[in-house]
Ligand binder design. Sequence first.
Ligand SMILES: NC(=O)c1ccc[n+]([C@@H]2O[C@H](COP(=O)([O-])OP(=O)(O)OC[C@H]3O[C@@H](n4cnc5c(N)ncnc54)[C@H](OP(=O)(O)O)[C@@H]3O)[C@@H](O)[C@H]2O)c1
Length: 314
Amino acid sequence: MNSDTSGFKPDAFGTLPKQQEYIPNLKLSDGNEIPMLGYGLGTANSKRGNKDELDQKIVNDTLTAIRNGFYHLDCAESYGNERELSAAIAQSPVPRSKLFITTKTSCRPGESVETAFSRSLSKLGVDYVDLYLIHSPFFAESPRQLQEKWAEMEALKDSGRVRSIGVSNYLREHLEAVLETAKHPPVVNQIEYHPYLQHTGGLLDFLREKGIAVEAYGPLTAVTKAAPGPVDPIYERLAAKYGVSSAEVALRWCLDQGIVTLTTSGNEERLKNYQAKLPMFKLTPKEVEDIAEAGRKKHYRGFWKGKFDEDDRR
Ligand SMILES: NC(=O)c1ccc[n+]([C@@H]2O[C@H](COP(=O)([O-])OP(=O)(O)OC[C@H]3O[C@@H](n4cnc5c(N)ncnc54)[C@H](OP(=O)(O)O)[C@@H]3O)[C@@H](O)[C@H]2O)c1
């Protein structure tokens, strides 16, 4: 799963991965690298119930993911499970230096990024995180507030406790505000991305033009929450062609567009299959486009719905 031996790297400007026998890292615009396939501690893994007690299932599932080659771990303070991730890191057979750890700030009202970050770092039990994200732009009431918050992120990067900084759920207008004053531009925008939410207003082209890597969450939405739909027959045809599942075609569809792809599973067999099968096939550009074209016939947003009108596809 790592590309230590390869000089070739897909990058945030849209250089696409080649067929390789492993899932490569992607080179970010700040020079750091991010594994293109990540394991999410959100959604199914978000902590429910007593927040003070360690949830051993989350620890065990995360350890299972690490043991099966998922070294990129995507967390957030709002998932409530940074301590569980800490326990998994402590028991991990893979050293912390080989793991890529992301967490996110919720930008609670009146709280500084420094305060939120210090709390996350202490819960995670590490002395740096690889990627720190602003979870969403919806805390801000003006472009100026977006810019001020970003300046706080930059101070963290300068402190050396965060290797890379980025954002999540930002639209073009939010990024334009940030880029106006940024000293260190965001290297990542983590967004919901699948055939039924392709951000047809041009968000991806804008991100690539600016060298901001796209990270997809919810990549299996067309197979899961939004099924049935117009991509089903294409997923099924390609699954049969490559001897994989529709979910694996869905993940490959993101990877083959040079997109860092986040998924999760409590099912070890699925995780094993992702690591074994995803490097073994690659969709052709026509197959990527066939799925995109069918996907545009339906619109589905699974997250942050309260912030968007029903038919807002940005
Ligand atoms: N920044 C944000 O605002 C934001 C929002 C949402 C998510 N995220 C991040 O992105 C990560 C992934 O998001 P996601 O869970 O929505 O990703 P996903 O890859 O679209 O969905 C994964 C889920 O699909 C389930 N599933 C059901 N049927 C399946 C099938 N036939 N094949 C494969 N999987 C199937 C899996 O359950 P099983 O356990 O049964 O495999 C798993 O819970 C999250 O954990 C989180 O870290 C970020």
